[in-house]
Design a protein around this ligand. Structure first.
Ligand code: ADP
Ligand code: MG
Length: 322
């Protein structure tokens, strides 16, 4: 069974940032309003995710680290749950199988529990009083998969991937306060007050955030909102172009092209605007036949979405000039 977990880990856990993503998504699913992440050594030495969510009931703590059909309620409106079904209940066992893991959790009025595991084998389970919520500590990632470990980049690079995914997750939920710490440094702490712009300020600073204007578009099968840069504020790459579809982080060349079209004639060549765009797309308009880990998806009909976004951006940017 540990072997199966290790194989599954190969699919789900590519690098430390994947661990952060899976753990933080679990914390979000648990209804947390505060999620604190601490890393060391680019996440290879340590990843710690602490939340104030609902916690894991004592009877489920053991199974949470084993492959199982998850009991998590599937929201019918969330297309991506249908998409990721085959992968549900695999993240935590996969992470445990390639690390030394400690899990502290307390659910409602229960006494709370602490579980330790190494390479996927549970070593210890004991009652442990702690605050309501969950804290998961992952140490020595890939200690038992040396080949995988060898393919990791430098700690600085792995850390920048973690910073990247944490920023995107924080931007996706302005109602939750996120913090990211590395060793003794606080990278950011978002206020959790529900305001998207305040999240951007917390992560990138006021000067950067001031270059962004509000975007709001509505169409028949699709609507969008977010923040986009003033045309005179360009970047040299697409790093500051972040797209979400139904609040999931998505990579989409089509959406990037729609942004280019919206800013057409306003930018010099090899310059890119910064955009943070949240699209809401009706069920049936998104192709679900895509691998869940690749964060790519296809649209049933790209045309209307392309036109809506490019026109919406153009009108917003032109509105500035008037
Ligand atoms: P999935 O998220 O697909 O259900 P995971 O392997 O990521 O599977 O997590 C297994 C289960 O452990 C979850 O279904 C959930 O019940 C529980 N769990 C994991 N992390 C948390 C957390 N931070 N707070 C509460 N429950 C959690
Ligand atoms: Mg999960």
């Amino acid at each position: 069974d540990n072997l199966i977990n290790k194989i599954a880990a190969g699919e789900v856990i590519e690098r430390p940032a994947s661990v952060v993503k899976e753990l933080v998504e679990n914390s979000i699913d648990a209804g947390s309003t505060r999620i604190n992440v601490r890393i060391a050594g680019g996440g290879v030495d340590l990843i710690e995710v602490e939340d104030n969510g609902c916690g894991i009931p004592a009877q489920d703590v053991g199974t949470a680290l084993q492959r199982h059909a998850t009991s998590k309620i599937t929201c019918a409106e969330d297309l991506f749950n249908i998409n990721t079904m085959g992968f549900r209940g695999e993240a935590l066992p996969s992470i445990a199988s390639v690390s030394r893991l400690e899990l502290y959790t307390r659910y409602a009025d229960e006494p709370g529990a602490r579980v330790t595991a190494a390479g996927g084998t549970i070593q210890d389970t004991e009652a442990f009083p702690g605050p309501e919520g969950t804290r998961i500590v992952v140490r020595e990632l890939f200690f038992n998969t040396p080949v995988r470990k060898k393919f990791l980049k430098s700690p600085v690079t792995e850390q920048s991937h973690i910073y990247d995914i944490m920023s995107k997750l924080a931007l996706s939920r302005p109602d939750i306060s996120f913090s990211l710490n590395s060793e003794k440094k606080l990278y950011f702490k978002t206020p959790g007050n529900g305001n998207l712009r305040d999240v951007l300020i917390a992560i990138n600073g006021k000067d950067f955030a001031e270059q962004f204007i509000d975007l709001k578009i509505s169409g028949e099968t699709c609507s969008a909102y977010g923040l986009i840069t003033r045309p005179e504020f360009h970047r040299i790459n697409r790093k500051n172009q972040i797209f979400y579809v139904n609040n999931r982080i998505i990579k989409s060349p089509m959406l990037a092209r729609a942004v280019d079209e919206g800013y057409k004639g306003l930018l010099l060549s090899r310059e890119y605007p910064g955009v943070i765009v949240f699209l809401t797309i009706a069920p049936g308009e998104v192709d679900i036949n895509v691998h869940p880990q690749k964060t790519e998806l296809r649209f049933t009909d790209e045309g209307p979405i392309f036109r809506l976004l490019s026109r919406g951006i153009r009108d917003t940017v032109n509105g500035l000039a008037i």
